[in-house]
Design a protein. Structure first.
Length: 164
């Protein structure tokens, strides 16, 4: 996956884990923004590997408004060009904007495309974009996962589980 390689990350996709009654879903941008049943989401992941990050205790009070704000993007088409506009949405942008809209705060570090390791992905980028968008500002799954508001609480590979 180009986003993994360019950002030197183990993450190619991300979403927001939400509970509806006694069922779990992942609010994600993968086609139109939608809620995918958690079991289906896990089965679609590479090697069924996933990590779970949670807002730390200091930020946990934002969760209801964060989910509500992210749901405002439901139905928006997927943004294959990774632009930070509201017309189309990509996975880490959904999380970034949902949190920002709910709190006014940034979640993760915005990066410039030209600062990523994009060169070996040039054919894919040119096919999608037509040119190399070196100055495009974006949020990647990796840079989102490194947000100081988040803590990793579970990893299917590492078999870690943290309780609050």
């Amino acid at each position: 996956n180009a986003i993994e390689g360019a950002s030197e990350s183990p993450y190619s996709h991300c979403g927001i884990l939400v509970r509806k009654g006694d069922r779990w879903f992942v609010l994600e941008a993968i086609g139109p923004v939608r809620e995918t049943p958690l079991a289906k989401w896990i089965n679609q992941s590479r090697d069924r590997h996933y990590d779970v990050f949670r807002l730390g205790a200091k930020h946990a009070g934002h969760i209801p408004n964060f989910i509500k704000a992210a749901r405002k993007y439901m139905g928006r088409p997927y943004d294959i060009r990774y632009r930070m506009d509201d017309e189309k949405i990509y996975c880490s942008e959904l999380i970034f904007k949902g949190y920002r809209d709910a709190t006014g705060e940034q979640l993760g570090k915005l990066v410039k495309f030209g600062d990523l390791k994009w060169v070996r992905h040039t054919p894919v980028i040119l096919a999608i974009e037509g040119s190399i968008p070196l100055n495009r500002i974006m949020i990647t799954p990796r840079h989102l996962s490194e947000a100081n508001q988040l803590e990793k609480v579970f990893s299917s590979k590492e078999k870690i589980r943290k309780k609050r």
